[in-house]
Design a protein around this ligand. Structure first.
Ligand code: G3P
Ligand code: CA
Length: 373
């Protein structure tokens, strides 16, 4: 697409997003207006967030994965959200779906394979935005990491790709059954990209939360994004707390898109955190930004991120805690075998000791055990 045409498309999509968001009442702003879960130090225990459900035990982003996370004691379950061709929000980690569904084995969709540029990277595969919801529903989920999680492959082919509404329905059913509120922690994936297609994620996100009675400050919901401008827009449309995700390298793609040279590293300085606090309630850092790894990959001393973020009034929810040795610092590995489980509860306790307010984990049972046992 020519640059000028692409710019017009982006502007049109942005205008659509803002128009749809404008009908919703403004968010509660001051920290004192926030629910306890979004205020540092207001809760006795850190939150356990089931990352992509209980994705250490079931194929990620399936209702079975979310349900298991809730039954294991997770306080929140985490759907990543992308859009279908007909504008429905579905739970997938990325819009390219060949790593987590059987789409590549479906002859009827062979001609949908294509190459696109997503956030500056060329990606070849099959994309949610090229499928209607009805078409997507014919696919079945599969384990993303079969080498590391071979047990989970026995569930390949069993589960559908869930819609965001189905995830909410599940949390409401499980909340009634388990006698406690199961929270949801949706993430907007590639928001600038989807806006550029005319499929912005934010209007259906706001509509769905509002329709389900979840757009108020005591709703057990956090909304997260690696980009900034969509969180700022959502701050005007949602009353639930927002979390700015940050990565150890690079910058938000919307900054890249508009030539803003600020990096994620800039965003976690005291000044950067104060800026985040103008539109968000928390920060979600990659875990080594909180406790780095030494030269031998063992846990190092904590950074200042947690106290600095708390000083700015932000809760801190680092990601991602996984039991397999492949993801653990060397002093918590059980062997050199990447798939064997090491001491993730010890790793989690180190983070709880630093004062994090929550953790994203693929193994929510272990997140709960490290906190409560
Ligand atoms: O949302 C927290 C964490 O999930 C961010 O990483 O890539 O797993 O969505 P990702
Ligand atoms: Ca996520």
């Amino acid at each position: 697409m020519a640059n000028s045409l692409l710019s017009r498309f982006l502007l049109a999509a942005t205008a659509t997003t803002l128009a749809c968001l404008a009908v919703v009442p403004p968010a509660a702003g001051a920290p004192g207006d926030r629910a306890d879960e979004a205020r540092p130090g207001a809760r006795p225990h850190p939150l356990v967030i089931g990352h992509r459900g209980a994705s250490g035990y079931r194929p990620e982003h399936t209702l079975a994965s979310y349900e298991l996370a809730a039954r294991m004691g997770a306080d929140y379950i985490e759907p990543d959200l992308v859009a279908t061709a007909d504008g429905v929000l579905v739970a997938r980690h990325e819009n390219e779906i060949s790593s987590t569904t059987d789409v590549a084995e479906r002859p009827e969709f062979a001609d949908r394979e294509t190459t696109k540029t997503i956030d500056g990277y060329e990606v070849t595969g099959w994309f949610t935005e090229d499928f209607t919801l009805a078409e997507l529903k014919t696919l079945r989920a599969k384990e993303r990491l079969p080498q590391l999680r071979p047990d989970n492959t026995r569930f390949d082919g069993r589960y559908e790709v869930p819609t965001f509404q189905e995830v909410i329905d599940l949390t409401q059913r499980l909340s009634r059954e388990l006698g406690r509120d199961i929270g949801i922690y949706p993430e907007t994936k590639h928001p600038s990209y989807f806006a550029s297609l005319g499929l912005p994620l934010e209007p259906p996100l706001v509509r769905t939360l509002t329709r389900n009675g979840l757009n108020h400050k005591n709703a057990k919901v956090f909304v997260q994004s690696f980009e900034v401008s969509n969180l700022k827009a959502l701050d005007k449309a949602l009353r639930v707390p927002l979390v700015q995700l940050v990565w150890k390298d690079g910058q938000p793609y919307d900054f890249t898109d508009r030539g803003d040279d600020r990096t994620y590293a800039d965003m976690v300085t005291p000044g950067g955190l104060a800026e985040i606090a103008t539109y968000a309630d928390g920060v979600g850092p990659e875990k080594t930004m909180v406790i780095g790894w030494d030269d031998d990959d063992s846990l190092d001393a904590p950074s200042d991120l947690v106290p600095d973020a708390h000083d700015a009034g932000l809760v801190v929810h680092p990601y991602t805690f996984r039991a397999e040795n492949a993801f653990l610092p060397s002093d918590h590995r059980s062997s050199n075998h990447p798939a064997e489980h090491g001491d993730v509860t010890g790793e989690l306790r180190a983070y709880y000791d630093v004062g994090v307010d929550g953790v994203f984990t693929d193994h929510p049972d272990l997140g709960v055990a490290a906190r409560d046992d």
